[in-house]
Design a protein around this ligand. Structure first.
Ligand code: 13P
Length: 283
């Protein structure tokens, strides 16, 4: 069943859990993620990258994800991730997304607020809005070798801005920069739990941790206790799927160009990552 993203996250937090959100560039991955959520009896969030939503095929994918969410046996929300273009937001919502990350984190503070306000004006009160305060380094869609080009942390969220930012934007969720990056970390991830704690006491809305790939499970389990109710994964899911495809491709080519069999391995890889992650974040 489809669920409002903020309701899904808030009810997980009430049980001491966080909800994982997985970037889906394709339907095979989404099917695996939703099946894993159904097996574990937990809700889940399907993320659509803005580059995906900016294409006609991407909008059709959003429509398909919406159908998948509606038919799921557990609560599922479909969110447009990291959008800064109002037209892409409007198109994604028209196609079936029920939540948007209106991301002005790379803009000056006032422009960031203005973007979220413009998104609210355009999309109306029923679309759940996440906003981001404090920029995250790294590329959302591509990750490079951690040894050669791992991503160093950019700025941290300024906790002194949190209260005003939340009240002026009216966002229902707040993405924070606390030592997290998109893609592969340069060295070991060092999450700033002190900064997160400081943010958590200044707002009641759920916090969102982006760039969760590479953060050890023993760190992620602490998230919900600091009001982090949504944790975003992309790179680790891709890495697993691509490694599986690389390994399985030769045998499936020799086996009569067996694409169907190969898709089964894709499904298994994405599904087992989702299952493990759901278990990590659930109390
Ligand atoms: P990673 O690719 O680092 O997991 O980040 C995903 C993300 O934050 C999507 O919004």
């Amino acid at each position: 069943m489809r669920a409002r993203l903020d309701h899904l996250v808030t009810s997980a937090l009430q049980q001491g859990s966080a909800v994982p959100a997985f970037t889906c560039y394709d339907f095979t991955t989404a099917l695996a993620v939703v099946a894993a959520a159904e097996e574990s009896g937990r809700g889940v969030i399907l993320l659509v990258a803005p580059k995906t939503a900016a294409t006609p095929n991407g909008l059709r994918l959003i429509g398909a994800l919406r159908g998948l969410a509606d038919a799921a046996a557990v609560p599922v929300a479909v969110q447009l991730d990291h959008a800064s273009d109002l037209q892409v937001m409007a198109d994604a919502v028209a196609a079936g997304a029920d939540s948007v990350l209106a991301d002005g984190s790379s803009l000056p503070y006032e422009d960031n607020i203005a973007l979220v306000q413009a998104a609210r004006e355009l999309l109306g009160p029923d679309v759940v809005l996440e906003a981001e305060l404090g920029g995250l380094a790294g590329d959302e869609d591509r990750a490079f070798s951690a040894d050669q080009a791992g991503v160093a942390v950019a700025g941290l969220t300024d906790s002194a801005q949190v209260e005003e930012f939340v009240s002026r934007t009216g966002a229902e969720l707040l993405a924070v920069a606390v030592g997290n990056v998109h893609g592969k970390y340069k060295g070991e991830p060092q999450l700033r739990w002190d900064v997160l704690q400081d943010i958590a006491v200044r707002t009641h809305i759920p916090l969102v941790l982006h760039g969760a790939s590479g953060i050890p499970a023993e760190e992620l389990v602490k998230a919900a206790s600091m009001n982090v109710g949504k944790v975003n994964f992309n790179t680790e899911l891709r890495t697993g799927v691509l490694a599986t495809l690389e390994e399985q491709l030769p045998a499936h080519r020799s086996d009569g160009e067996n694409l169907q069999g190969l898709l089964g391995h894709w499904n298994q890889s994405a599904g087992s990552f989702a299952t493990t992650t759901l278990a990590t974040l659930t109390r």
